[in-house]
Design a protein around this ligand. Sequence first.
Ligand SMILES: Nc1ncnc2c1ncn2[C@@H]1O[C@H](COP(=O)(O)OP(=O)(O)OP(=O)(O)O)[C@@H](O)[C@H]1O
Length: 581
Amino acid sequence: MKAFKPLEDFFIQNKWYYIFGIIWLLIIDAIQLIVPQILRTATNLLQEGKLTFSGILKYGLYIILTGLGIAIGRYFWRNYIIGTSRKLEYHLRKKLFGHLLTLSPNFFHTQKTGDLMAHATNDINAIRHALGMGIIMFVDSIFITILAIVMMIRTTNLRLTIIALFTLPFITIMVRRFGKVIHNRFRTVQEAFSQLTDVTQESFAGIRVIKSFVQEDLVIENFNKVNENNLEKNLKLVKISGVFHPLINFISSISFFIIIIYGGRLVILDIISLGDFIAFNNYLNLLVWPMMAMGWVINLLQRGIASMERINALLEEKPEIVDSDNAIELNSMKGKIEFKNVSFKYPTKENYALEDINFTIEEGQTLAIVGKTGSGKTTIVNLLLRLYDIKEGSILIDDVNIKNIDLKSLRENISYVPQDNFLFSTSIRENIGFAFDEPIDDETMIQSSKLAQVYDNIIAFPNKFETVLGERGVTLSGGQKQRVSIARALAKDSPVLILDDSLSAVDTETEEKILNGLKNIVKRKTTIIISHRISTVKDADHIIVLDEGRIVERGTHESLLELNGLYRYLYEKQLLEEKIS
Ligand SMILES: Nc1ncnc2c1ncn2[C@@H]1O[C@H](COP(=O)(O)OP(=O)(O)OP(=O)(O)O)[C@@H](O)[C@H]1O
């Protein structure tokens, strides 16, 4: 139970819902226990020939009234307890999601998205069940069991009660045993189903590759395999459920069998009345559910605790990158950037991704970084944005170590166009205005999309800036995506602009237009341009050439060409490629 400690605040805040829910639950339990008494009186009167038609109507009415009372009470406890467990689910999901977003990218590199999704769905569901239905079953089964047994002993016969109760605990044992197996099989059904959805989703997403490689048969064969697996797992679940329910019915019918034989004898011998016998059967019937509930409740609680422990482990995960105690806010960043003796290894790697990096970019200057793939270009940006922290060397902005700059203010002062151009499945307007809390104003949106040379494309769509992107919307070309991503960064208008291979998917003519358009902006900002293409970087104030994590050459376009080194080699190779194409 210690596992639920982090939810203490929630329980305190919602204690009245739980208390009212439990009170209603107890009220309807008490009403349920009246029904056998009504039947007892009515039957005894019938047997004695004292019941008139109006009497029958009266007792019938009592039964209906208890039914109504139970229905009303159920409505309230469902609302109070199940409703609160839904709030708990919302609260926990919000807390977990909010916490996960504080964690560093490295955490997401080491965790599978599927596992995180499973925590956010299955584990939170298990906690909701334990603290919703679990509580209800627990209170209900204890209360009904005690009261029904007391009523059976007090109003009918002790011996009959002991005999009748003999088989009932087997129901609890069976529910416990079968409950575990059913749960495991249910989980494999869920896994098989999610495998089926994954394969289906991937087949539709990759439809162009499948068709162009004429591999429809292979894909159908794969699909059939997972579909068969799903069927097999479902049949296993059906089989065990098929045994479980009749078995429980059978065990409870043994009790009724004993009662009919022994209780019937007591009626014949006139030790108990027929009304007692009927009431007793009713009490016994009421006891079957709590016996099952006891079994379920133990399983629900065990699963809930295990899930809560997994969620707690995630909630205790500390963000690797946090503000230092004396972090300062950069309200008007000028944009001088300095890397001093920076060396860096990714936490999961043995080798250095960057070694002994030194450079300075003065306010308003442009630095270009070129180098072969995997040479460490993006890593420089990752470090500047503090997506990873360095242990060797220092990075300064406006002469302040970035470790001493408030993280939010550091990132707010940098407009970044990432290499993967990730866009959200919302409208183009919302994507371009992503940096703002309020909807973006038309002027900024239009201006930045014009500068990114994507305005004409956007207004050619029927819904223009309201065009929704992604699966249920328009699919943009690689180059259009890059340019929307550039527009998003330009709209943010921060003192530092970083373009990470952001023009690779556009043709050289569009590239030229974008670079020309950016000229005025770039003059005002400190800019880092990462590119494979020399044409993109040739006008930069400084160019550094990276190779295997080290700066091997540096200078301007002209001075680097004169060096006759890697830069010149890359330049000539690209000239040749251009000529050939
Ligand atoms: N998150 C990460 N975890 C571990 N290693 C990484 C990570 N990101 C990059 N690396 C490794 O660090 C090295 C430098 O990668 P980086 O992405 O900086 O190269 P790049 O020059 O930007 O390459 P490209 O031009 O292909 O984008 C590579 O060996 C890469 O495999």
